[in-house]
Structure formats: structure tokens, C-alpha cells
Design a protein around this ligand. Structure first.
Ligand SMILES: [Zn+2]
Length: 193
């Protein structure tokens, strides 16, 4: 970290100061764009998941018997889970987007300091680097937090659905002997013949 700061300080005070300020501005706008892209991808995932759940629910209409295989209308739980996750994600990503874009606007790209040769320059640059470092740290912390929160919300939304819908056996465990899902798996190939 010490070395990184030294290098940054060196390049910003060198004769290529204007170049480094351009690349800092580019890095800043790319970081903002990357935030927007990432947060939008979380929402896109929820939209795709909701559409998939809806498609399965539509397909379910063509499979329902007088006595449905799945007593509790599985697909409505699936659709609700995706919709709940999508709503929470929309709110969370909206808040984070506003917050992060505002924070990135506070990032100082330093060029104005180069033009002054006063004794305060070095102190001022040190202060600005510390200011920028806090912004970078908050960026990193925020992406960790939102990724973790998204995974936790996703886990909460779907963990109750990971058992067999018919016999309630947890995923990875054998079905009950009389589970119709188990019977269905073995019956189908013979029925097709
Ligand atoms: Zn089962």
C-alpha cells in the first residue's frame, strides 16, 4: 500500500501530470459505469428468474390434473420468491447506486494541485490521497456488502423451497418410498415405449 501511494504521488507530480489526471478521470468514469452495469446485472438476473418462474407456471397449466401432483402449487411459491427478491434488489440497488455515484463525484483527480508550486502542495496532495483512499475503500466495501446481501436475500428466498415439493425430503437426500416424484422418474421411460 505504501508503495502504491508513493507511485501514485510520483506520477501525479511528474511532467506527465496531465496524462495521469486524464487517466484518473477515465478510471473514475469507468468505475461509475461498472457500478451501474453491476447493479443492473443483479436486477436483470431477478427479471430473468421471474420470467423463468412465470414460464414454468404457464407450463404448469398444461399439466394440472384433477388432483395436482404438487399439492401446494409449487410454481406460485417459486414465482413469489423471485418477485420478492426482485423487489428487494430494486430497492437495494437503487439506494447503492445513488450513494456510490455521489461518493465517486467526491473523488479528486488532483490536476489542479500540480499547477501550484507552493510549500503546501505536498501536504495538500497527501490529504487528497487520503481522501481518495477512503473513497476507494468504501467502493470495495460496498461491493462486498451488496454481493453478500444479495446472496443472503437469495438464500432466504429460496432455502425453504429446496426440499422435494411432494415428500419434503431435503435436496440431496433420498425421496420417501411412496413419493410420486420418485415414481414418475422411473415410470416415464417405460410409458414412452
Ligand atoms: Zn420426493
Amino acid at each position: 500500500m505504501e508503495e502504491l501511494c508513493s507511485n501514485f504521488g510520483h506520477s501525479s507530480t511528474s511532467s506527465t501530470g496531465s496524462n495521469s489526471s486524464i487517466s484518473a478521470k477515465t478510471a473514475l468514469s469507468e468505475c461509475s459505469a461498472a457500478w451501474i452495469n453491476y447493479l443492473s446485472a443483479l436486477n436483470s438476473l431477478c427479471t430473468s428468474g421471474s420470467k423463468l418462474a412465470h414460464s414454468i407456471a404457464v407450463l404448469e397449466q398444461w399439466s394440472l390434473n384433477e388432483k395436482p401432483l404438487f399439492n401446494n402449487y409449487t410454481t406460485s411459491y417459486l414465482t413469489n420468491s423471485w418477485n420478492d427478491l426482485a423487489r428487494a434488489t430494486t430497492v437495494a440497488t437503487g439506494t447503492v447506486k445513488t450513494h456510490m455515484l455521489a461518493i465517486l463525484q467526491d473523488f479528486v483527480t488532483i490536476p489542479s494541485v500540480d499547477q501550484s508550486a507552493s510549500m503546501n502542495t505536498e501536504l495538500e496532495q497527501k490529504r487528497l490521497r487520503e481522501h481518495n483512499e477512503l473513497i476507494v475503500l468504501e467502493n470495495a466495501q460496498s461491493v462486498i456488502n451488496i454481493q453478500h446481501q444479495f446472496c443472503a436475500a437469495s438464500y432466504d428466498a429460496f432455502s425453504s423451497l429446496t426440499c422435494c415439493f411432494v415428500c419434503q425430503s431435503p435436496v440431496g437426500f433420498p425421496h420417501e418410498q411412496d413419493c410420486s416424484v420418485l415414481k414418475q422418474r422411473w415410470k416415464l421411460p417405460f410409458a414412452i415405449k
